[in-house]
Design a binder for this molecule. Structure first.
Ligand SMILES: *Cc1c(COP(=O)(O)O)cnc(C)c1O
Length: 459
């Protein structure tokens, strides 16, 4: 018999209790956290959808690998295993281990960036943009137009606008382009996948103009799932083969292993070019560590090597993508405006549509993140004008193009009943949505303000 129900393809071996707070407690806790979900303590959260980064449950094999970790300063066996796993996946010669994705970003964009340089991406992730702008360079997002319409169904909404890419390279001058960065899946653009066809086109354009082409490959396995099931010609390839083909089109890759390598900490930079790799290695040694560990323990590297294999397990990927879609499609049916189609690692709510009575300079996304915590103890993050908004000379907000709230789903952590609980919470949120008020920012940092900003409710 062919079952309709897709089960979690694992058994639970170790558990972590959840403390169930009351709504009264949460009202107080939220106020103490200045209405910023990043400032809540995790023990006060019931379902933590803040991020899928570093929050995965490791497998019994990975925990066994932790014990096997070789902590030698130089040339450890664990590094050899991680290096082999990354080389096998990326096909690149130079692998630099880093303690997480942004460390690799700081190294490569610090080297390639600087004043007068332009970086072009489908959508730069927040730390990517921050590292590029910190170097003095500019970061331009040019996803296809379809990506801005949250209700439009398109199989590869993460694609880059290739015509715009060609125009920009000519306009800026190829020598001024730091790199073209394809983020797969497109995290800040709704976790939407990028097709192989689009990747190939970008690769051809970059080759023609001699521009460096990098993959931000945090979720390359989830992206491979979508390619296999949505793009012609990939039905009979394995997920790993699809990912390998994608890497083969690029000059380098940056990865936060905290996503699709199923670990709690780690990352790497992979490069084909020796000269760039040597320059980056010097920067690595200054701030991260020696070349055979970067900022990582031997045990971390061991877990990454194992995670990079496990992530391509077809049963895992099917469960992963289908369970995310289960949540998203239920919300969609209930009338919650969600970004369609559902992406790989998260469900994105269009808060501008849900709270159409709250103006963007009163942060409707922040309002929804607060309501989800208040009603369900569910922690999420605003991806809108709090995260990406800027001010003009007069201090007026230049809003982000979308006001989203992200429900990022940790890998192998929550069961279906947790998800049902989230769906129930949304039912209540819908019932009183007109009564919800906006927020104002009363304290903020210059860079990545969403992490630490303080808010107040507008009455
Ligand atoms: C998480 C992430 C990063 C940064 O990685 P960290 O490990 O959090 O430093 C970069 N790009 C994308 C697309 C990400 O999702």
């Amino acid at each position: 018999m062919k079952h309709k129900t897709i089960i979690e393809p694992f058994r639970i071996k170790s558990v972590e209790p959840i403390y169930v707070t009351t709504e009264e407690e949460r009202e107080d806790l939220l106020k103490k956290a200045h209405y910023n979900t990043f400032l809540l303590q995790s023990e006060h959260v019931i379902i933590d959808f803040l991020t899928d980064s570093g929050t995965s449950a490791m497998s019994a094999e990975q925990w066994a690998g932790i014990m096997r970790g070789d902590e030698s300063y130089a040339g450890s066996k664990s590094w050899e295993r991680m290096q082999n796993a990354v080389k096998n996946l990326t096909g690149m010669d130079y692998i630099l281990p880093t303690h997480q994705g942004r460390a690799a970003e700081r190294i490569i964009y610090g080297y390639l960036g600087g004043k007068g340089k332009t970086f072009i991406s489908n959508t730069h992730f927040d730390t990517t943009r921050a590292n590029i702008e910190f170097s003095g360079a500019e970061a331009l997002d040019i996803a296809i137009d379809e990506s801005n319409d949250t209700s439009l169904i398109h199989p590869f909404k993460g694609n880059i606008n290739t015509q715009r890419l060609k125009d920009l390279i000519l306009e800026k001058g190829a020598q001024n382009i730091g790199a073209v960065i394809l983020t797969v899946t497109n995290n800040s653009g709704g976790g939407q996948p990028v097709s192989m066809k689009n990747t190939r086109e970008v690769s051809d354009i970059c080759k023609k103009h001699k521009v460096l082409f990098l993959l931000d490959c945090c979720r390359v396995a989830e992206n491979a799932y979508f390619i296999k099931h949505r793009e012609d010609g990939f039905e009979n390839k394995t997920y790993e083969e699809i990912a390998q083909e994608m890497f083969s089109l690029t000059d380098g890759a940056v990865m936060s292993a905290k996503k699709d390598a199923l670990v709690n900490m780690g990352g790497f930079l992979a490069l084909r070019n020796k000269k760039i790799a040597q320059a980056c290695t010097n920067l690595l040694i200054i701030t991260e560590g020696f070349t055979t560990y970067g900022g990582l323990s031997g045990r971390d590297m061991e877990a990454i090597a194992i995670g990079l294999k496990e992530i391509f397990d077809p049963a895992y990927l099917r469960y992963r993508i289908k369970s995310t879609a289960y949540l998203g499609e239920h919300l969609h049916k209930m009338g919650v405006p969600v970004m369609m189609p559902i992406g790989g690692h998260a469900v994105y709510i269009d808060a501008k549509k849900l709270y159409d009575h709250i103006p963007v300079d009163q942060y409707p996304g922040q309002a929804l993140a607060c309501e989800l915590y208040l009603k369900g103890g569910i922690r999420t993050v605003e991806i809108g004008s709090v995260m990406f908004g800027k001010y003009d000379e007069n201090g007026k907000l230049i809003p982000a193009s979308m006001e989203l709230v992200r429900l990022a789903i940790p890998r192998r952590v929550y069961t279906q009943s947790h998800i049902e609980y989230v769906i129930e919470t949304f039912q209540e949120i819908l019932d009183y949505k007109q009564k919800v008020k906006g927020y104002k920012i009363v304290e903020e940092a210059k860079i990545l303000r969403h992490f630490t900003a303080h808010f107040e409710k507008i009455n």
